[in-house]
Ligand binder design. Sequence first.
Ligand code: NAD
Length: 516
Amino acid sequence: MSTQTSPTPEHAASEHTASKHVTHWIGGKPFAGEAERRGDIHEPSTGRVSGTVDFASPAEVDAAVAAARAAFPAWRDASLAARTRVLFRFRELVDAHRDELARLISSEHGKVVSDAAGEVARGLEVVEFACGIPHLLKGGFSENVSTRVDAYSILQPLGVVAGVTPFNFPAMVPMWMFPVAIACGNTFVLKPSEKDPSASVRLAELWAEAGLPDGVFNVLHGDRVAVDGLLHHPDVRAVSFVGSTPIARYVYETAARNGKRVQALGGAKNHMVVLPDADLDLAADAAVSAGFGSAGERCMAISVVVAVDPVGDELVAKIRERVAKLTVGPGDDPASDMGPLVTREHRDRVASYLDSGVAQGATLVVDGRETPVRGGRGEGFWLGPTVLDHVTPEMDAYRDEIFGPVLSVVRAGSYEAAMELLAANPYGNGTAIFTNDGGAARRFQNEVEVGMVGINVPIPVPMAYYSFGGWKDSLFGDSHAHGMEGVHFYTRTKAVTARWLDPSHGGVHLGFPTNG
Ligand code: NAD
């Protein structure tokens, strides 16, 4: 049974016969299972259905978790040297297959190949971080905490851990999670987005080639049934989630209710504040790059430019000039700056904000519905870069996470007014300030309630050895992804107090242990 509704006649005309079939990866090999339900995979630049993906049933969730559970004891006890050898080999293989992975991502997601290669590179950095796991897992040791008594701490893996990931980074976001989890000695079940599932299976094949024992890394495809199965499974010890805020909240509450450790990263509405002293050419470059890269389908995309008086008109003119030079076209065409959106439904939803924005009083400076598409518009899920000016906080275009190529410009009378806007926004993923005033930048970094801050850097994605995560409705839980927070999330600490007995330790003492 396909979960997809029947195509409309005009849509059907552009669809070819499905050519690939993506199935689960369980216990070190493809796992066909029952496949009672399937979803369609689209090629966003043509609109055609390029394949189908199996959706897991509860029995298949059980099979994936059972494989991970069976693999855990041996992997937990594998030496750090053995684990890191596999990680280094995996690093080399992902590096060698960068281009292939990027093309695979582009074909299902729509983003341009160079951008997809960028996400593979950023994911690879987390693998490289995880290659240092012997150093990262060192506990503490204190000699003689009491007379001839030593105390030390050890970091141990949790067991089976699960990751649930969004469509917009089908390689990078899973790679925020599983390299660190696996390096720490856990076994992993990944439930990637059903919209672009192939990259995760290719990564599973590369793990196998790297020598990872069967069952340590499993991929389970599907929808809510698969996710719910993981959230309720007694053998799943921790859940990492990245996706939209309503689902992040649901995953956080459900997993926590079931006694699991959980980190759930949600949606975003990232503001870029441009102060009057900023270099407006550089600010306009940054706003356009960060607003329209990956067609705005990035959780760190800039979706709101806050122009502090009096720079609004000049900044918008410079943004408009740059947008006019962008080339929209298929992701595999090297001339394209920006590809299509991920699905027809998402494109239509994003486009609806153009009408609602204008109806609610915004000015449509650039209308992406009119953007020419290189190679023809066809049935692809196209929407060109769009700029809405004079947006205000009451408008839907401001309140909702649009997650597409729509850049809103809000005018603010002062730095303080800009800060009030950010403080009132429920999201707190990323933000940026553009200024040449070090004092203003320092004040912003100190005051703003956002997890990731850029100073003249529009997309401040932390390096692998720092941790990625927002504040407020952009993250539920208290651990950010990768870096040391990732290591702590995927381990639990044991504190040991030891003494090796000799006659001086004799005698019965009922008092609470104190040091002496
Ligand atoms: P989504 O929330 O629709 O889906 C994310 C995952 O949850 C997918 O694997 C999906 O299959 C699953 N899912 C969907 N509905 C579910 C339900 N009702 N119950 C259980 N599971 C469900 O998100 P998306 O559309 O794939 O991705 C875009 C969103 O992800 C945006 O909101 C974006 O901001 C966010 N995102 C956030 C970050 C971050 O670091 N904070 C990073 C990337 C993307």
